[in-house]
Design a binder for this molecule. Structure first.
Ligand code: GLN
Length: 202
């Protein structure tokens, strides 16, 4: 049975634990989920979620706790990572904010709180590549992904990140190698399909 980890220094942790368990069950996989607060556990994980929350706080705490290099090694080993909202910001190359020390795993620039000027939070039905029916996406002070950076094939260096979904014309879900990243919160709606796509169907 696969071992999953949810980086649990801050943010939407319990929701991701439940979403991974639901996605596993939907795919007939019995998965053990750990909440990760210190170094030493990520190396035992086959799958990893980096939740939303506050990206300045999450980036500071994962570096202080020594989890950051372990997340990097996890992705470099080709193991799946689902990064959501603040997690996407932390996983990106550049968050345009000196307070966020990014992991530079996902080759995109992001703009924090990009939709916030219109509405702080909202829900939208998104068409997501790889899903048959639309996905209920909750956006909370969500980041946007830099335009023109996600036209690749999703196979990392060879092709760059691939857009999986757009909202308002802007990329809000991407895949690059073992990483799936969303500007929205797939853990908040009880719909396990995005976790399944990231973890159990690649
Ligand atoms: N606005 C937050 C940030 O910039 C992200 C919001 C979220 O994760 N819901 O870190």
């Amino acid at each position: 049975t696969p071992t999953a980890g949810v980086v649990a220094v801050q943010g939407n942790v319990a929701e991701h634990v439940r979403a991974i368990e639901r996605a596993g069950a939907a795919n007939g996989v019995d998965v053990t989920v750990h909440e990760i607060r210190g170094s030493g556990t990520v190396p035992d994980c086959d799958l990893l979620a980096l939740p939303g929350g506050e990206s300045t706080t999450i980036s500071r705490l994962i570096h202080e706790a020594g989890i950051a290099p372990e997340i990097r090694a996890h992705v470099e080993a080709g193991k799946p990572l689902l990064a959501t909202c603040a997690g996407l910001i932390v996983a990106s190359r550049d968050a345009a904010d000196p307070r966020v020390e990014t992991l530079d795993l996902l080759d995109v620039r992001v703009e924090r709180n990009a939709f916030g000027r219109q509405r702080d939070s909202f829900e939208a039905d998104l068409d997501v590549a790889g899903l048959d029916e639309s996905f209920p996406a909750v956006f909370i002070r969500a980041p946007a992904i830099g335009e023109g950076e996600t036209d690749g094939e999703g196979d990392g260096d060879a092709g760059g990140p691939e857009t999986l979904a757009r909202w308002d014309g802007r990329p809000v879900a991407v895949r690059q190698g073992p990483i799936v990243a969303t500007a929205f919160h797939p853990e908040l709606t009880g719909d396990p399909r995005l976790h399944a796509l990231a973890f159990f169907e690649s």
